[in-house]
Design a protein around this ligand. Structure first.
Ligand SMILES: Cc1cc2nc3c(=O)[nH]c(=O)nc-3n(C[C@H](O)[C@H](O)[C@H](O)COP(=O)(O)OP(=O)(O)OC[C@H]3O[C@@H](n4cnc5c(N)ncnc54)[C@H](O)[C@@H]3O)c2cc1C
Length: 295
């Protein structure tokens, strides 16, 4: 069977791929607002829109409901994130069958983060320990799915070194992953070094940078502290100087993201995976500035 991962195909055909990542809102009003924000992004004909799977495995059915809506409302392929925290191996299989019934085209296969308040990852009894095991399960038993995996330009926080982390990334590719989507980063050189090291280690699938436009300073300080991404000093001090002016922080964030994305495109990335945070305005401004056509 031809492996269908859309961004892998974009990469092979030389076109520039876009994907947008959303998360399940907690309320019905949040859902309505989400669709209002997804609608303008769908006009950019993304390779897919993905929906996250809650930390600790908390959105078992919500992720699939939202994926179904993505394909029904916008005729865009849906990618469901899924983690080893989804249950025992039998429960993982059951969910993957369910994903198929919901029209999901690709799975972002992850180990998963522990739920809020829990510091370390603990494996479900009868479940899987690492993402490469989940990739292997999907690749062997659900060959109709394209498989994306996570990569970390500045190293996964728990990995002893970037080298070891890249060797573990290669296990995921060797197990059947079709493309790598990176953790957010703000230092493009870190991405380029990571990409070179991956290629040298034999990672031979598209490596797609993950970009999270900064919407406000407090939020991004929290996120980067958790994932270990460096905020360049110049960017931090500009955001700091904007103090409580949220509009100015947003403007600085978009201006930075435009420069970042233009530089990535110039340096031959196959596409960009945007962490949308369920708000479209920043992405729309970036895509317009990059001259990428929407409908
Ligand atoms: C694009 C993207 C999307 C994400 N979406 C979600 C989401 O929807 N829900 C969610 O809960 N989290 C999500 N995450 C976060 C992710 O779950 C965490 O970063 C998690 O801590 C690691 O997941 P992983 O799939 O990279 O794990 P793994 O690849 O299993 O790696 C985890 C750690 O173990 C090491 N390791 C890996 N394999 C082995 C092995 N075989 N032997 C020894 N060590 C190994 C790695 O070096 C790393 O330090 C996402 C991350 C990214 C980048």
């Amino acid at each position: 069977m031809v492996r269908p991962h859309p961004l892998a195909n974009c990469y092979r055909s030389g076109s520039f791929g876009l994907s947008f990542e959303i998360y399940p809102p907690k309320t019905a009003d949040g859902d309505e607002l989400l669709w209002q924000h997804v609608a303008p992004l769908a006009k950019y004909r993304p390779a897919f829109i993905s929906c996250t799977y809650g930390a600790g495995g908390s959105t078992r059915s919500r992720t699939l409901e939202l994926c179904e809506q993505i394909s029904r409302r916008f005729q865009v392929d849906a990618t469901a994130h899924f983690t080893c925290l989804g249950g025992t191996v039998d429960e993982l299989r059951e969910w993957l069958n369910w994903a198929k019934q919901h029209g999901v085209k690709n799975i972002m296969a992850l180990r998963g983060d522990p739920p809020a308040g829990q510091a370390t990852f603990s494996q479900v009894t009868g479940g899987l320990r690492y993402a490469n095991e989940l990739v292997d399960l999907i690749h062997r038993e659900f060959p109709e799915f394209g498989i994306g995996v996570a990569g970390y330009p500045e190293k996964h926080p728990q990995a002893p070194s970037l080298e070891v982390d890249i060797a573990n990334l290669k296990r995921k590719v060797d197990s059947g992953a079709d493309a790598v989507y990176t953790q957010l980063f703000y230092v493009n050189d870190a991405f380029y070094r990571f990409r070179d090291s991956c290629v040298a280690a034999g990672v031979d699938v598209p490596i797609v940078p993950g970009v999270m436009p900064i919407l406000n300073f407090a939020q991004i300080k929290r996120i980067t502290a958790l994932c270990g991404a460096e905020l360049p000093a110049g960017l931090s001090s500009k955001l700091e100087a904007a103090q409580d002016d949220k509009d100015e922080q947003f403007r600085i964030g978009v201006e930075f993201a435009i420069e970042q994305c233009v530089d990535l495109q110039r340096n031959g990335v196959p596409g960009i995976h945007f962490y949308v945070l369920n708000r479209a305005t920043a992405c729309e401004q970036i895509l317009q500035a990059m001259g990428l056509p929407g409908e």
